[in-house]
Structures are given as C-alpha cells and as structure tokens.
Design a protein around this ligand. Structure first.
Ligand code: SF4
Length: 321
C-alpha cells in the first residue's frame, strides 16, 4: 500500500479507538527547518471542552500570546502592533468567533469570548509512517530531528513491515514502534516510546550539508509556545485535509472507510493532490463528490469539533488604516 493510503487508514483507525485530536502533515519545526510531521495525536487535557466551545478553527498564536482576555475590550494595535500580520491575526480571530469586536468612538477594540485554557491538551505524539521499512528514505534523520528538538512528548514509527533485529538496531531507543496492518483490527505495539524532555532546551537541525550540520538552540519557553501552536493547528485542521477531484472514477462511498478519496478505477485510495487531475490518463470528467468532511469528522469523533458559537458580536475591522 502507498504511504498516503497507509496514513489515511491509520488516522481512521486511531479516530475510532481514541478520543485524541488526530491531524496530519503539520509543521514539526520551530524555526526554518521545514520539518513536516506525518501524523500528530493530541491527547485531551482537563479543559478540552472549554477549548472546544471557543471555536472549531485554529486560534492564531499571536492573539493567544497577546494580553487579550474576556474582560475589558482592548485596542488591538496596542496589544499586537501595527503590522499586517497582526491585523490578519485579529481579523481571523474575529472571523472564527474567538474575538468580539467593538469600535465605539472609532476605536477598534477586541476581547475574547472566554478564557483560553492552556491545559486543554496534554501529551503530543508525533507519528512517522513508513509502511515499508526496507525503503526508509529520510526516516532516520527525521526521527533524530524530532528527538533532538523535543517539541513533542513522544515519537512513534508506524510500519506494516515485519520489524527485524537489524531495523531495531537502527532505530533510536526512545522511538516507539507500532506495527499496523491497514486491513486489520489492532495496532501491535512492538516497543513503547520513551517520553522526551519537552521542558528542557532543544536543538533544531536547520540544514544538513556535507561534513557540516547547522543547528539552532531552542529555549523551553519557545518550545512551549510552539506546542500550543501545533495543538491549535491540529485542532483546526484534523486529518481529512484532501480535496476531491472532479473525476467520475472517484467514489468516496466505495472504499472501506467513509469519506476517503477512493478511486474505483485503480481500486485503492489515491492522493488527489499528487495523482489526480487531467494528467492522469484514466481521468474521466465528472462533478467532484459532494462530501462534507467536517460533518464526517464530527460524526466519527467522540467529541464535537464545532459546537454552537457563543460569540455575541462579530464584525470586520474597518479599512481605516
Ligand atoms: S484522476 Fe485518475 S487517480 Fe484520480 S480518481 Fe480519476 S482515475 Fe483515479
């Protein structure tokens, strides 16, 4: 099975058996490394329901880090600055229902609809998928990156391969190993992961050059902020991030898992971004399937991603700037 189909089947499997947030293809670096994590699991914390009640989208970190709470309306420029990035963050936070807006006397002020609970999540697990361990690609460098940085609590490798002694010898001891058969019922845990020191400084690999590796030291406060950003992105994005192509061969209802991009012609899941479109020789024009992925996420998850909004005032910022 191709890595994309393996990844989707794993996400669907985890969704059925945990109450964690499951997301895929999220940035796992802090500076400019460009590291992308295959799958991320965010375990619920004690205030999960309070977070869920705020908005079903990711709240911008810049807004969370500013001194903007649910009490007094505050001038957003004073709290975030004048930059275009600050304005976009505020506008987005208003759009998604996290901020209320007030422009009494021409002053653009905001406040949050409720307190943001930093303890809405606990453990973060990064999962690297490698269905065929005999084709490891960058696997070992990627695992080493995650371990050195220590942004997530645990790092796990998931594979469909039989894990040999030779494989084990090459995999860092702290990495958990799961064996997953996409057609099966259970994940076989071959080795449990060792928790990483998330509260200690980390080291991010920026660039690997012949004979030289560029790294950047990351302090614990920066890591803590990056963990909230990662958890927020996971919450807002989920794992059904694909779009369906306008091809009559695509039928999400035919596959073994609801709402996934299943191609009847090839009789397997396809990666629409990489495999579909007019360049596919077997493409047959037709309307894209009408599938509401957000509704499927709500139906399949043991929690509600999009509860009714509590926001009372939602307006766009004016053009006066
Ligand atoms: S474009 Fe090709 S791969 Fe994609 S659904 Fe159509 S036939 Fe299948």
């Amino acid at each position: 099975m191709k890595e994309f189909g393996f990844e989707l089947r794993l996400c669907a499997h985890l969704e059925q058996r945990t109450d964690s947030i499951i997301a895929r293809q999220l940035g796992g670096g802090i500076t400019e490394s460009g590291r992308v994590l295959d799958v991320v699991l965010i375990d619920q914390g004690p205030s999960f329901e309070q977070r869920a009640s705020l908005t079903d989208r990711a709240i911008p970190t810049a807004v969370l880090e500013a001194d903007i709470g649910p009490g007094r309306f505050k001038d957003w420029r004073r709290e975030l600055g004048q930059g275009i990035g600050a304005r976009r963050a505020i506008e987005h936070a208003i759009d998604i229902g996290y901020l209320e807006f007030d422009n009494t006397a021409g002053r653009e002020r905001v406040r949050s609809v409720d307190r943001y609970p930093v303890d809405w999540f606990e453990r973060i697990i990064a999962i690297e998928n490698k269905p065929d361990l005999d084709k490891p690609g960058d696997l070992y460098e990627q695992l080493q990156f995650d371990i050195s940085l220590g942004l997530v609590d645990e790092v796990v490798l998931t594979t469909a391969s039989h894990v040999t002694r030779a494989h084990l010898n090459r995999l860092p001891d702290v990495v958990g190993i799961w064996r997953f058969n996409p057609g099966g019922d259970e994940i076989e845990i071959i080795r449990t992961a060792t928790p990483l020191p998330i509260e200690s400084p980390g080291m991010e690999t920026i660039n690997r050059l012949p004979g030289r590796t560029e790294v950047e030291n990351i302090d614990p406060e920066t890591k803590a902020a990056a963990r909230i950003r990662l958890a927020e992105r996971a919450y807002g994005k989920g794992w059904r991030t694909f779009t369906f192509p306008a091809c009559a061969n695509l039928d999400p209802a035919s596959g073994p898992v609801e709402g996934m991009p299943y191609c009847e012609h090839f009789d397997r899941f396809v990666n629409p971004a990489a495999e579909c479109g007019p360049n596919c020789p077997d493409h047959r024009s037709g309307p894209p399937p009408a599938v509401n992925l957000d509704a499927i996420r709500d139906r399949q998850s043991p929690w509600q991603a999009a509860p009714p909004r509590r926001q009372s005032r939602q307006m766009h910022l004016g053009d006066g700037w």
